[in-house]
Design a protein around this ligand. Sequence first.
Ligand code: DGY
Length: 324
Amino acid sequence: MSKPKVILTRKWPAEAEAKAQELFDVVLNEDDHKMSVDELKAAMQTADAICPTVSDFQINSDIFAVDGRKCKIVSNFGVGFNNIDTDAAKAAGVVVTNTPEVLTDCTADIAMSLLLTVSRRVGEGERLVRDKKWDGWCPTHMLATKVTGKKLGFIGFGRIAQAVAQKAHFGFGMEISFYDPYPPKDEVIKKFSATQLDTVEDVLKGADFVTLHCPGGGANTNLMNAERLGMMKNSAFLINTARGDVVDEPALVQALKDGVIAGAGLDVFAKEPTVTEDLLSMENVVLLPHLGSATTETRVAMGLRSLANVKAFFDGDEPGDRVA
Ligand code: DGY
């Protein structure tokens, strides 16, 4: 029997590509270019499955509606799937899956890195040393903000948030509060001695650090607007490893300029890979190029998870990570 034809929209780690070649008649993206909309449409017409990712053009209703579509499953390489219009997928009868769990710890590690780096002025200090501008230790040099024992507020308290809470609470003695419309089980809340709050605003008002762990798009677009940023303490820091569009970037820039909040650690941006000149010029922000899941172990695991979903589908089973 011939193997299903599968197109990977970007280059994957070698181990995951090798597995794809073993399982399927696979088309790799050898030069790792961003596929055009026309290429994505052609992929839909020629492949049984495509495996896209966050930085692709959105697989939208136009792409799902291409004439002679052959593709039956879109298996995302990534946990966030705002790069796929799931309503359009449902309307077209195409299955959509994602890759949860395997990237939880590494993304949480990056959230903690941002939290520590921005509050302890690590980026600034490193630039000072590299620029050969450091003229020695003194009691008042580069004083920053202590992390241990501070209050950490979560917007969204799913898997990645809980992994951050694990590190922050048990490693740094941080007090945990959160807002989530779908709260976890009581035992999870008890484990972190966490305070469940009724609104986003309640979290913002009390926290020394606010970390975002909600999906992007829809009602969460610009969730962190000028008004909500204004509810944070002047001494507080905002951490975003979720999606760039959750933060109103111009409002954030203004809040940072006006001292409404103390700083921000950002792994995601509204219009990736563009980062505004304003953000680039600020010392009280830490800017990372969407590194949340970027370890070899995790990216291989994401590839294998995406392939497992495709395999389950063509084996006639329900893919484990179906989101549409
Ligand atoms: C995801 O999986 O949603 C990440 O943002 C990509 O690493």
